[in-house]
Design a protein around this ligand. Sequence first.
Ligand SMILES: Nc1ncnc2c1ncn2[C@@H]1O[C@H](COP(=O)(O)OP(=O)(O)OP(=O)(O)O)[C@@H](O)[C@H]1O
Ligand SMILES: [Mg+2]
Length: 549
Amino acid sequence: MDYQASSPDEKALVEACARMGLVYIGEDGDQMQLKVRRSCVRANVRSRLGEIPDEELIQYERLAVLEFTSDRKRMSIIVRDTHGQIWLYTKGAESHVLPLCAHSPLIETTQRHINEFAKLGLRTLAVARRRLTEQQFRTFSDELIEAGSSLVDRAERVEECQRRVETELELLGATAVEDALQDDVQSTLQALGQAGIRVWVLTGDKVETALNIALSCGHIPDGAARYFITDCHTSEQVQQHLDTLSLEMFRQRDVPFSMLIDGASLTIALDAHREQFRDVSVRCQAVLCCRLSPLQKCEVVQLMKTVDSAPVTAAIGDGANDVSMIQEAHVGLGIVGREGRQAARCADYAFAKFCMLKKLLLVHGHYFSTRLAVLVLYFFYKNLVFMGIQLYFQIHSLFSNQSVYDSVFLTLYNVVYTAIPVLVLALTEKPYQEQTLLKNPSLYQKVAGNKQYAWKYFIGWMVLGIYHFSVIYFFTYAVWIENPAIYAHWPATVSFACYGTILIHNVVVLVNLKLLIESIYKSYVFIATVLLSIFAFMGSTFVYNLLNM
Ligand SMILES: Nc1ncnc2c1ncn2[C@@H]1O[C@H](COP(=O)(O)OP(=O)(O)OP(=O)(O)O)[C@@H](O)[C@H]1O
Ligand SMILES: [Mg+2]
């Protein structure tokens, strides 16, 4: 049987149970069906199940589900078993389940086990249950319906109602599931670092699990000094940590620093020491924030946007808990993964694997940044050359309001004579081969931060435009007044049309050839469109003149 689940832990748990002889086979309405294979069930479990035939179908009636939210960090289900007894089962982050359990020596042992698992980088959950009497369930159910239909503070009242039933739990134990990293995470992070991109990891995981994963994927470099800001409850504690970290960074200027902060400490840091936290954290090589709620992830992105250098932020995530940060960041990236499609649906770009980020940024990011920059700057340039000549002509003709170009050329210049090559260039230009860009991530720094839109490039293109239209205009003018062949017919009306046609001819040839020089990739299609544009001009002028004869 192939299970699908919104959470990787749930899938793993159901699969593990199936392997042990407790096969969840689906549900029929509210009846959840479980097939128990006696032969597969281990002896100690068998004794608890009592006398059952070799294969038996057991049904549990689902009475209520208290959904998982990233703020509660736990979920519960209320079921009625075959004996008619009502049970509430809870699973979730140990920090949000253990405090709800009735006192028992098991709590300490479980906490120790969970810490050990987390240090190995496993995703842990604490599991507990509570037996409810019919009366207790009725009361809860009535209260929940009432809270759910309330018009004011509905969410708070529902939560309060859930909290009231999730108490006095009997701890059952803990589970640990390996949350395997996706392919090539380490090399992707490394490449992003070389490309000059600063990576922060914001996760809802436990501190120990997150640290282990950050180390294994190379987010925190081996030689980096590690600084932990965890379990802070007062503003003073956070302040002290930040002061110490600043001082340490000042003392050991050559050592890269990495900072790890947990959700509770981050709340205080964002409330009371916003600026100081921001300034210290941007100087760290790697930052790792653990046990964050979705809202906190979003606040961290917000904070980063206020840094003096005004960085462009991109957030990448795969779960519903990443949606708010994906929407907050300048660029939202969603991974279509095991945790559902919410992240992908609200993102600007969605893809299937984390490692695709490398190609997305280093290759496509590089290509499209260059393409767009050339497209935008070239549009200004070609229109400047076109219209600059009109400007000179207005001065020359004492602002007669007469256009130097025929109306056909005015119409077709942007639509036919100069449109296609730049379009093709904006779709196909490749300043470097894909392999080169992937092998040398630092090339990304050439385009990062909109460098290609800098004023110096814009001014450069504009100066070139002014130079080009000046040369075209005055050169043509000089030829015109000196050439006896044309001058002989002066002041024939046709001379004026000739003058305009020669000007536009020069403009079309020049701006098209300029684009050809500007292109690096120079595909055959591109070269063909440049030549075709020039010939289109010549052909259309010829036909137009024939028609006008
Ligand atoms: N379906 C679930 N049922 C019960 N507890 C859960 C469930 N999903 C997550 N948890 C617990 O809540 C914690 C926070 O979950 P959350 O989804 O916010 O972050 P995460 O999945 O651990 O990490 P990331 O932010 O990297 O996705 C988890 O560490 C886990 O202990
Ligand atoms: Mg998650």
